[in-house]
Design a protein around this ligand. Structure first.
Ligand code: UD1
Ligand code: MN
Length: 438
């Protein structure tokens, strides 16, 4: 019993000493209060450290995001460059063709704004003879054109007779006059002056400094690829927010005839001249009977922009859309580049493969940025209304002509959304346009 008590006393003493040692020994300041203070301050420091670390983490994430964005942009910009291989030896293989420049004018004295740019940017007068064809017989405009002397050939559409139309079509008389003028002037350029290639411009267009290089370098494509029927300088969805302005070298094939600075050869003119329409010549070109499944080349960044606020069509379209088209300001040495990637046999397999390898997303996911770091994504449309709805929400042209959406190639509309390339595309098993879509 005593022994037991002794054991308890010794054990108790030992325990107390241990507690004493644990609590008070090795503490520099020897008091519980101070120890608590130290512990508190350590906890605070730890919290501070945690805070700093998480702030640094957030900063790192931001940096990483920024870096990824730059990398994405580089990939986006590099994609076309990878296709646009510089010609071997650095030299261009483009035979210098003569491309007649046919400018349409009527009654706007501001034709000088356009002509000044044409004369300033054309690299060689012999290769780009300028014809200004004037309709409307407007004296002040005629004087402005005459002011260019022998720098341009000034011709005047002789038939100024009135065009008689049924009452409900009267307000479209302008389109009838334009079509009449086009037929006459194109015939002058091809049939009378015997040019084999003509670049068609209008008096209210600003042009980009590299426009002549663009048409020179794409000329061999037009000549050699029977599935091409024109080269155009215009991107119908070319506003700044929907293009990659730094991918100025990027070109496409398009099933939609864009007009607004376009080049054709005499071969096409011979095909069209006898059936040239009385009005709406551009929509007529877009009909299957004329297009015959052929495509045009068009740029990512427009080489033309219209400043013709007052014209035959209403000014509202200009205010709401046309004035936002971005004119390229980064000249591209197209003539030193190999353009053969745009030939159908090279382009189509690559294009289809590329578009349909991009991850499919919904408009909502794109808008909410619920996609990881993807260079490209694809939004699928199945119906006409589906196409129109999505196009409208994305700020794209939503109209179709003979089933073809503006800028579309094989139904695919290419554009930028924030830093990402997006393809608004039909199903992968697409084979042809539905002519009833309009
Ligand atoms: C729109 C097109 C234009 C096309 C025309 C015909 C746009 C931005 N423009 O004309 O490319 O050619 O529809 O469908 O989409 N002109 C004449 N005679 C006239 C009136 C005009 O020759 O009686 C000339 C103008 O000088 C100009 C061209 O036709 O070069 C187009 O006329 P404009 O007034 O600019 O009409 P838009 O609405 O731009
Ligand atoms: Mn115009």
């Amino acid at each position: 019993m005593r022994q037991k008590l002794l054991v308890y006393v010794v054990a108790g003493t030992l325990l107390w000493s241990l507690v004493y040692l644990l609590v008070f020994v090795n503490r520099p300041n020897g008091s519980v209060r101070r120890t608590e203070e130290t512990l508190n301050s350590l906890t605070e420091q730890l919290a501070d450290l945690q805070n700093t670390l998480s702030q640094q983490n957030a900063e790192n994430r931001r940096l990483l995001d920024a870096l990824n964005k730059i990398a994405d942009n580089r990939v986006a910009a590099a994609a076309p460059a990878g296709l646009v291989a510089p010609a071997a030896g650095g030299g261009a293989t483009v035979a210098a063709p003569v491309i007649a420049v046919l400018v349409f004018a009527c009654n706007r004295v501001t034709v000088s704004r356009h002509l000044d740019q044409v004369l300033r940017y054309r690299p060689d007068p012999a290769r780009f003879p300028v014809i200004v064809s004037q309709d409307c017989g407007d004296r002040p405009t005629a004087e402005v054109i005459a002011g260019y002397g022998s720098a341009v050939k000034h011709i005047q559409q002789p038939d100024q007779s009135d065009i008689v139309l049924p009452a409900k079509e009267k307000k479209f008389k302008g389109y009838f006059k334009i079509a009449r003028h086009y037929r006459w002037a194109l015939s002058q350029a091809f049939d009378t002056f015997n040019h084999s290639t003509v670049l068609i411009l209008e008096d209210d267009l600003d042009i980009a400094p590299d426009i002549f290089d663009y048409f020179t370098s794409t000329y061999p494509l037009l000549r050699d690829d029977p599935t091409l029927w024109c080269v155009s300088a215009w991107n119908d969805n070319g506003k700044l927010s929907r293009i990659n302005a730094s991918a100025a070298e990027l070109l496409y094939r398009s099933d939609f005839f864009p007009g607004l600075g376009w080049m054709i050869t005499d071969k096409l003119w011979h095909e069209l001249r006898d059936k040239w329409p009385k009005s709406y010549w551009d929509d007529w070109m877009r009909e299957p009977a004329q297009r015959l499944d052929r495509a045009c080349i068009r740029p990512e960044v427009s080489r033309t922009r219209t400043f013709g606020k007052k014209g035959v069509s209403n000014g509202l379209f200009f205010e709401k859309h046309l004035k936002f088209i971005h004119l390229n300001d980064r000249p591209v040495p197209f003539t030193k580049m190999d353009m053969r990637y745009l030939l159908r046999e090279n382009y189509d397999p690559w294009f289809v493969d590329h578009v349909y390898s991009c991850q499919e997303v919904t408009y909502t996911e794109l808008k909410a940025r619920q996609i990881g770091h993807k260079d490209c994504v694809r939004i699928q449309y199945v119906t006409k209304d589906g196409f129109k709805r999505t196009a409208k929400m994305l700020g794209l042209m939503d109209d179709l002509k003979s089933g073809v959406p503006r800028t579309g190639y094989r139904g695919v509309v290419s554009f930028m959304y924030e830093d990402r390339r997006v393809y608004l595309a039909p199903r992968p098993d697409w084979t042809k346009y539905d002519l009833t879509w309009s």
